[in-house]
Design a protein around this ligand. Structure first.
Ligand code: ADP
Ligand code: MG
Length: 246
């Protein structure tokens, strides 16, 4: 049976928590206000982002989609505190992080952002378990407590803990990368073309995992050029020539 759409004016609390995950009542985890990024190429200015506005709320699953050269990587770097805006403001968890230095960016990144990359970026000389332990060690103040093992187990990898990346399939490698992104319990998971290097069946499995994590309440942003990924989105944001449209 279909659940009827909530009537206008009905209180947030009366709606089911799953259908309201990441709704307008949830807190803001990321805000970009009129963010521009201009790369200087000799005498030429390249405007990779042009007054972009974006608000991401806790519990949302947002797919940001755009063609090659539209500014996706630039946007990802700014959202993930890997780069700073040329103009405008960036807020993480309500805190203005526009003009902070690299050390401060790294500290916030370690606590609040989990990255999943197209090329996985695991360390080949470390086992699955050691790769997932790495962010906890780097964070310093983060708890260990067997969390890396538990996170891998929750992703169906309990019998692959001591395997090296070269001994795992593409889908298993991406599970390890997802576990590594989750282990410090970040506010936001940023996934950059997470299925780009996987065959379509394995890609579907990885999308299922991301979708399940969203159902568990995680905030997930997927950046892609692949329209088929929008099927799992709760919200689709388009980027074209550095402009954000919804
Ligand atoms: P996408 O990830 O969607 O392909 P990018 O964010 O990589 O787009 O690039 C957006 C625009 O900015 C492109 O025109 C690209 O050539 C330019 N650009 C990206 N990075 C740099 C850089 N470091 N220096 C100069 N121009 C850049
Ligand atoms: Mg890119």
């Amino acid at each position: 049976m279909k659940t009827p759409a909530p009537k206008e004016g009905k209180g947030e609390s009366e709606r089911s928590s799953t259908s309201r995950a990441g709704g307008s009542g949830s807190k803001e985890v990321l805000r970009l206000d009129e963010v521009s990024k201009i790369y200087k190429m000799g005498t030429v200015d390249v405007k990779a982002l042009d007054r972009a506005n974006l608000v991401i709320r806790k519990g949302e699953l947002v797919v940001i989609i755009g063609p090659s050269g539209s500014g996706k990587s630039t946007l990802l770097h700014i959202m993930g505190l890997l780069d700073t805006p040329t103009k405008g403001h960036r807020y993480i968890d309500g805190i203005d992080t526009t003009n902070i230095n690299e050390a401060q960016q790294a500290r916030i990144r370690g606590h609040k952002i989990g990255f999943v990359f197209q090329r996985f970026n695991l360390i080949p000389s470390l086992t699955a378990l050691q790769n997932v332990e790495l962010p906890i060690i780097l964070c310093g103040s983060c708890e260990r407590n067997g969390k890396a093992r538990k996170t891998l187990e929750s992703l169906g990898m309990s019998n692959r803990l001591d395997h090296y990346p070269s001994q795992l399939s593409g889908g298993q490698v991406q599970r390890v990368a997802i576990a590594r992104a989750l282990v410090n319990e970040p506010e936001i998971i940023l996934a950059d073309e997470p299925t780009g290097n996987l065959d379509s069946k394995t890609g579907k499995e990885v999308l299922e995992i991301l979708s399940d994590l969203h159902k568990q309440g995680r905030t997930i942003i997927i950046i892609t050029h692949d329209e088929s990924i929008t099927r799992i989105a709760q919200r689709v944001v388009r980027i074209n020539d550095g402009h954000i449209e919804e």
